[in-house]
Design a protein around this ligand. Structure first.
Ligand SMILES: [Zn+2]
Ligand SMILES: [Zn+2]
Length: 128
């Protein structure tokens, strides 16, 4: 009495199909996310890959991210300091400062305001 096949051929076909489908989805997810590549560590891309693959972030990747964040913050904070020149401030000491900040020559009213400010400042210091 040898081995006798008593399985349903249709069922085995379905099982084979399920296996093929599983292999297909496996290939899809792999091509979609790839695999974690430690050779790319030290780049900002891999900093996020650590999160995708749930791999603890290594120091080179952290450095790459903080380096990028620092550069980004620098470009963000540099802009507001370059305010447009406001001529309504002329004739005041802050108008004089504005000329200095913009690298322009202080105009007459600003020079006067500044020297008046300096005289008042020196008098205040002498009085103190
Ligand atoms: Zn890394
Ligand atoms: Zn001025």
């Amino acid at each position: 009495m040898g081995y006798t096949w008593n399985g349903d051929p249709a069922q085995s076909m379905a099982a084979e199909e399920a296996r093929t489908a599983a292999r297909k989805t496996e290939r899809v997810t792999k091509s979609l996310f790839g695999v974690f590549d430690p050779s790319k560590c030290g780049t900002r891309q891999n900093y996020y890959q650590h999160g995708v693959y749930d791999v603890p972030r290594c120091q080179p990747c952290k450095d790459a991210e903080s380096e990028y964040a620092r550069g980004w913050r620098k470009t963000r904070t540099r802009k507001p300091t370059k305010q447009p020149f406001d001529p309504s401030k002329c004739g005041e000491n802050r108008g004089y400062q504005q000329h200095i900040n913009h690298g322009t020559n202080p105009c007459g009213p600003c020079t006067e305001a500044h020297s008046a400010y300096m005289i008042a400042y020196n008098e205040q210091r002498r009085a103190a």
